[in-house]
Design a protein around this ligand. Structure first.
Ligand SMILES: Cc1cn([C@H]2C[C@H](O)[C@@H](COP(=O)(O)OP(=O)(O)O[C@H]3O[C@H](C)C(=O)[C@H](O)[C@H]3O)O2)c(=O)[nH]c1=O
Length: 185
């Protein structure tokens, strides 16, 4: 398994070992001990699965308080997956990283607590699976505007299909300080 730091400290790009043979392949998608040995000492309490069609964009979402760290991967199709640092006081506040995650490249991305997360679908369909470090709490969930000009995410879609909630996401500069995580070095 290879784990690479990204230009956002804490956001990790993971390439699990994939064992292929004439039947297909086998891979471990999570192993508490192995990931801890590689520096990802995490406990997850909730698994999620979503199916989306080409052009759909889900996000950018985060919970605060009760933030969720997310280990995300694609089981079918391909997505462009994005994490945004929204921790007040962070040296990379408002910065983003994005990676293509697909069923073919088997990549995982770890999005830590305190980051907003979203993805857009690059294939006809995408089955998106992720593990969360805390439970869903709709009362503390927030939507950050997907195309916030102050963040400038280089999405590979121009007019994505969004939920009403996401269509009305807030620009980072318009989110109250009480609704944003704080950076703790
Ligand atoms: C997130 C979530 C949703 N739901 C229910 C609430 C709604 O009735 C329905 C769809 O929820 P929502 O439109 O928020 O789903 P997504 O737009 O896929 O939200 C997710 O998309 C981005 C990419 C994320 O990173 C978050 O994990 C998550 O916010 O599922 C639940 O019951 N539990 C949950 O954990």
């Amino acid at each position: 398994m290879k784990i690479a730091q990204t230009k956002l400290p804490g956001v990790l790009l993971i390439e699990p070992d994939v064992f292929g043979d004439r039947r297909g392949f086998f891979m471990e998608t999570w192993n508490r001990r192995r990931y801890a040995e590689a520096g990802l000492d995490l406990d997850f309490v909730q698994d999620n699965l979503s199916l989306s069609r080409r052009g759909i964009l889900r996000g950018l979402h985060y919970q605060w308080p009760q933030p969720q760290g997310k280990l995300v991967q694609v089981l079918k199709g391909a997505v462009f997956d994005v994490a945004v640092d929204i921790r007040q006081g962070s040296p990379t506040f408002g910065h983003w990283v994005g990676y293509e995650l697909s069923a073919d490249n088997h990549r995982q991305l770890y999005v830590p607590e305190g980051f907003a997360h979203g993805f857009c679908v690059l294939s006809d369909e995408a089955l998106f699976a992720y593990k969360c470090t805390d439970f869903y709490n709709p009362q503390t969930e927030h939507s950050l505007l997907w195309n916030d000009p102050d963040i400038g995410i280089d999405w590979p879609v121009t007019e994505p299909l969004l939920s009403d909630k996401d269509r009305h996401g807030l620009r980072l500069r318009d989110i109250a300080a009480t609704d944003l995580p704080r950076y703790h070095p």
